[in-house]
Ligand binder design. Structure first.
Ligand code: FAD
Length: 505
């Protein structure tokens, strides 16, 4: 078997200072090294010294402890499903911890178990390595489901909780990190600590949105609620940004009998409407997009629990629709099962895979934007840069999120203002044969420069920076605490080096 080795060779490497058993456990064959040195973004490639496929939580503790005690500690990156786009789950010359191997070993992982108690209600204890699609499948068996999601489910619990985990449900339930009751975390010292808002709370809040800097999540206790049986799913088309965003904001402000999910996206000649619509509707919408240059598609979903008690849903929705200002007649809908709705990106993935268009570079830019400047952002970024340059088919997602469910003690960073909502903007570009990633990265640079010059308060989601000053600016008033917690929980800078926070200059 061919062996890919990193630039630092074994005999004199820091590995020799680690526990010999661990050294023997590391995988360095081509498959291990290739997987560990690549991610969904296909923009960064960093070779580790080797890959550990832990069979148990104890294996993780053993490696982290050995590294911590070593005079020349090795960096360690937990790799969830490797769906980062800029090498965040890589460890150059360190060890990549392939978390999925825990779920392959039935005896080792905390798996997924559903429980109830009178103080917490229903909840699931899930291994940090678990994919959200598996959490959904396992909880649906009990008629239950987590309340907060990401658009795509083939992401791990540990990976999304290290960021935030957002989707159209975030306005109503908060991001995924708001819906965690307790976690088991292995710190950078190799200590396994159970934490919650009342127990080791400093570690608990540090880890939520903490970019993997403070510990490896091996178990998370996730809030569950009764699962809907089906959904009513709508796409509503606008040719005017102000009307679109006012209606989005209105829909996330309805407290009862409103929608359960609200998102939105751009439709442009280079990023046309697809998949949801019938072929006739699709060509109607796309011809209007060609004429106008840009349209906005509001996506809203209403959960249905039981057909017999849902008789009034349609009437209630009609009342809401009558207050909206979309292009007359441009409202489209379909019904779906709850599982198919949540797992909607999977069919697109399989389709793109069949065309060879999934495993291509993804120079994504994800931003949180202050609400009061979103009109300027629309004109300066979405119209004048994204639409006019028309570099890729996107998708380009934009929707507001209520701020009230985001706890400021969590490490995640959102725009620092007193507004009750902020916008998430996901510019999910693909590169490849037709456009080089560097061309899209240049566009991303122009977007950041525009926001900077226009004084629009933005924060990157899945932040990617190359120097310490930028990281300090990103964290703002949270920086000193973030740094302090790093010194407390990972003083030797072992964990998640691919984020390049404490190893940048
Ligand atoms: C197609 C697609 C759609 C997406 N949609 C959304 C979306 O709708 N909403 C959203 O919020 N995000 C979305 N994401 C982004 C996704 O949440 C992040 O990329 C996430 O990091 C990926 O999870 P992963 O399990 O692959 O983590 P990885 O990429 O493997 O790891 C990400 C970071 O977390 C660390 N990490 C991984 N596991 C653990 C653990 N157990 N404990 C501690 N640290 C850990 C890693 O070291 C790394 O720093 C999407 C990504 C893709 C590719």
């Amino acid at each position: 078997m061919t062996v890919l080795v990193s630039s630092r060779s074994w005999p004199n490497s820091p590995l020799s200072s680690l526990n010999e058993i661990i050294e023997n456990d590391l995988c360095t064959d081509t498959i291990c090294m290739k997987t560990a040195s690549s991610d969904y973004g296909k923009l960064v490639q960093e070779l580790p010294l080797g890959v550990l496929r832990p069979q148990s939580v104890s294996d993780i503790i053993r490696l982290v402890k050995s590294s911590y005690k070593s005079p020349s500690p090795l960096t360690i990156a937990a790799r969830g499903n490797g769906h980062s786009v800029r090498g965040q789950a890589m460890a150059k010359d360190g060890v990549v911890m392939e978390m999925s191997s825990l779920s392959n070993n039935n005896n080792s992982s905390s798996g997924i178990s559903v429980s109830w108690n009178s103080s917490l209600g229903f909840y699931a204890d899930v291994g940090g390595e678990q994919l959200w699609v598996d959490v959904l499948t396992a909880t649906l068996v009990h008629g239950l489901a987590p309340v907060s999601w990401t658009d795509y489910l083939y992401l791990t619990v540990g990976g999304t909780l290290s960021n935030a985990g957002i989707s159209g449900q975030s306005s109503f339930h908060g991001p995924q990190i708001t819906n965690v009751l307790e976690m088991d975390v292995i710190t950078g010292k190799g200590d396994l600590i159970t934490c919650s808002k009342d127990m080791n709370s400093r570690l608990f809040y540090a880890v939520l949105g903490g970019l993997g800097q403070f510990g490896i999540i091996t178990r998370a206790r996730i809030v569950l609620d009764k699962a809907p049986t089906g959904v009513k799913w709508f796409r509503i088309i606008y040719d005017d940004f102000e009307k679109f965003r006012k209606d989005q904001e209105h829909l996330i402000s309805i407290n009862s009998n409103g929608f359960d999910y609200v998102e939105g996206s751009l439709i442009t000649p280079s990023s046309p409407a697809a998949t949801f619509f019938t072929p006739d509707d699709e060509s109607l919408i796309n011809s209007l997009a060609s004429k106008n240059g840009i349209l906005y598609s509001l996506e809203a979903v209403k959960y249905c629990y039981n057909t017999t008690i849902n008789n009034h849903i349609d009437e209630e929705l009609q009342v809401i629709f009558s207050s909206l200002n979309f292009i007359p007649g441009f409202i489209f809908n379909k019904d779906a099962t709850f599982f198919d709705f949540l797992n909607r990106v999977r069919s697109e993935e399989l389709y793109l895979q069949s065309l060879g268009l999934w495993d291509i570079p993804h120079p994504w830019l994800n931003l949180f934007v202050q609400r009061s400047r979103i009109e300027d952002f629309n004109q300066g970024v979405l119209v004048d840069i994204v639409q006019k340059q028309g570099l890729s088919a996107g998708p380009f997602i934009i929707y507001p999120i209520n701020r009230n469910k985001w706890d400021d003690r969590m490490s995640v960073v959102i725009p620092d203002d007193n507004e009750d909502m902020f916008y998430t903007v996901a510019l999910l570009n693909s590169a490849g044969a037709s456009v080089d990633p560097s061309v899209i990265d240049e566009q991303n640079r122009q977007i950041l420069e525009f926001c900077d010059k226009a004084g629009i308060n933005i924060k990157q989601y899945f932040p990617h920076y190359t120097n310490k000053q930028q990281w300090m600016k990103h964290f703002g008033k949270k920086w000193s605490l973030f740094k302090e917690m790093k010194e407390q929980f990972d003083p030797k800078n072992i964990l998640s080096p691919g984020q390049r926070i404490f190893n940048s200059h």
